[in-house]
Design a protein around this ligand. Structure first.
Ligand SMILES: [Zn+2]
Length: 288
């Protein structure tokens, strides 16, 4: 199995590092939602969790996806090699469909009680910023191998496209998790095409109906297509997190690593109330 991807490591990863650093600076200057916890504490917590998860992504998930793509194309297994498309169209089509696969995977993590145990670790962050983009339980990376590998095999995408998609995927994940306040008019247009910070902020709300919307990763049109789009929530009214996990003292590396294997708490605040919100505008209207 090919594990070394020089272009990805020498070009893609440094570019992602620059993008993350730029977003960190920008989100500090133009803050979208109020912070509830000290930034440095969260950077350390999310950074330590990322340090346990990223090796699995780089050394297992990526090589598995790359190897599967090569196998699929060589054996004319997937969809794309069967369509007699020009090379550029094959790449474009493959890129878009890979993104659709990730929309479905993200939705599945919310619908499956077993997968949610792992994805919950990402969602119980009490603030949302660039560091949340890499806050994942390593089990989520392991679990994604068969699903994302299956999508790659069924599509038969060119193997280098898998790596290119991953760089854009990670960059977009950093962007939409950031706490960056974009000009409202710009974001209103931008969220017609890609997932933006306001759109994804709603996905991290403690209101369950809001969490169970906006699953898209790069292109926002998958949520429009499946009617899971929700933009009508004012950002200043969003409480980030999961209601039963609001205690900051639980945000330790050891607790986060153990969380998927513990009894999951019901979707309610410690006093038993279930967070709700009245909807005043149609779902597809972005509110500042
Ligand atoms: Zn999610």
């Amino acid at each position: 199995m090919k594990v070394f991807f020089p272009k990805f490591d020498k070009v893609g990863v440094p570019l992602l590092g620059v993008a993350a650093a730029a977003l960190l600076i920008l989100e500090a200057k133009r803050q979208l939602r109020r912070r509830t916890r000290p930034k440095v504490e969260r950077l350390l917590e999310n950074g330590s969790l990322a340090a346990t998860a990223l090796p699995a992504l780089r050394l297992l998930l990526l090589p598995a996806l790359y190897g599967t793509a090569r196998w699929s194309v060589r054996n004319h297994f997937g969809l794309l090699p069967r369509l007699t498309l020009p090379r550029w169209a094959q790449h474009m089509f493959g890129f878009v469909l890979l993104d659709y696969g990730n929309y479905l995977w993200h939705m599945l993590m919310h619908k499956s009680s077993i997968l949610w145990r792992f994805h919950n670790v990402h969602h119980i962050d009490l603030d949302l910023d660039v560091s949340t983009a890499w806050r994942f339980h390593v089990g989520e990376n392991f679990a994604s191998v068969p699903f994302r590998g299956g999508v790659v095999a069924l599509l038969g995408v060119p193997a280098p496209l898998v790596l290119f998609y991953e760089v854009i995927f990670e960059g977009c994940t950093a962007f939409h998790h950031s706490n960056l306040r974009l000009p409202y008019k710009l974001e209103k247009q931008l969220c017609k095409l890609i997932v933006t910070p306001r759109m994804h902020g709603i996905h991290h709300s403690i209101v369950q109906r809001e969490t169970n919307s906006n699953y898209s990763v790069i292109f926002s049109w998958w949520d429009r297509l499946h009617q899971t789009l929700r933009l009508n929530v004012p950002q200043q009214e969003i409480t980030i997190g999961v209601p039963a996990y609001q205690d900051p003292s639980e945000q330790t590396l050891s607790y986060l690593l153990r969380l998927p294997f513990q009894k999951q708490r019901a979707w309610q605040l410690p006093d038993g109330t279930v967070p709700e919100r009245e909807e005043l505008l149609p779902q597809n209207i972005l509110i500042p």
